[in-house]
Design a protein around this ligand. Structure first.
Ligand SMILES: Cc1cc2nc3c(=O)[nH]c(=O)nc-3n(C[C@H](O)[C@H](O)[C@H](O)COP(=O)(O)O)c2cc1C
Length: 143
C-alpha cells in the first residue's frame, strides 16, 4: 500500500483542516495517510513515505512558521527531500501568496519534484477548498 506523509503546522486550524481533507483524499484512493504536526514529525519516517505533502500558513511577513515548520523544512532538505514527490499547501489572509511562491522555489531548489502547484486557501477552507485538498491527496496517492 502506498504511504503518503502529511506534515503541517497550523496556529488556528485552517491549515489543519486542509491537511485533514488531503488525508481524506489519500485514504479514498486506498493509500495510507500518515498525518503529523511539524513539531512532532520525524524526518527519517517522513522520507520513508512514497510522497510527502507539506502544509504551512503564511506567517511572519510571507514566510513559514519559524519555530517548528522552518526547522523541519531545513532538515528535510538536508536529509534528501530531493527525489521525493512533494505537494505544498496552506492558508493565508492578507497577502498575495508570496510565501507559497517562495516555498515552491525553495523545495524545487532542494531537489523535490512538485506534483502540483502549491495549494493556497484564504483563511478557513470552504467546500471548494476542502475538495481541492482532497484532490491533491488523490493525486499524490495516484502518482
Ligand atoms: C503572526 C502571523 C503572521 C501572519 N503573516 C501573514 C502573511 O505574511 N501573509 C498572509 O497572507 N497572512 C498572514 N497571516 C495570516 C495567516 O496566514 C492566516 O490567518 C491563516 O489562515 C492561518 O492559518 P492557520 O489557521 O493554519 O494557522 C499571519 C498570521 C499570523 C498570526
Amino acid at each position: 500500500m502506498k504511504k503518503i506523509a502529511i506534515v503541517y503546522w497550523s496556529g488556528t486550524g485552517n491549515t489543519r483542516a486542509m491537511a485533514e481533507a488531503l488525508a481524506g483524499g489519500v485514504k479514498a484512493s486506498g493509500a495510507e495517510a500518515v498525518l503529523s504536526e511539524a513539531g512532532q514529525a520525524k524526518v527519517d519516517e517522513v522520507l520513508a513515505a512514497d510522497a510527502i505533502a507539506l502544509g504551512c500558513p503564511a506567517m511572519g511577513a510571507e514566510i513559514l512558521e519559524e519555530s517548528e515548520m522552518e526547522p523541519f523544512i531545513v532538515n528535510l532538505c538536508a536529509k534528501g527531500a530531493g527525489g521525493k514527490t512533494l505537494a505544498l499547501f496552506g492558508s493565508y489572509d492578507w497577502g498575495d501568496g508570496q510565501w507559497m511562491r517562495d516555498w515552491e522555489e525553495r523545495m524545487k531548489a532542494c531537489g523535490g519534484a512538485l506534483a502540483a502547484p502549491g495549494l493556497t486557501v484564504h483563511l478557513e477552507p470552504d467546500a471548494a477548498g476542502i475538495e481541492a485538498c482532497a484532490e491533491m491527496g488523490k493525486k499524490l496517492a495516484a502518482g
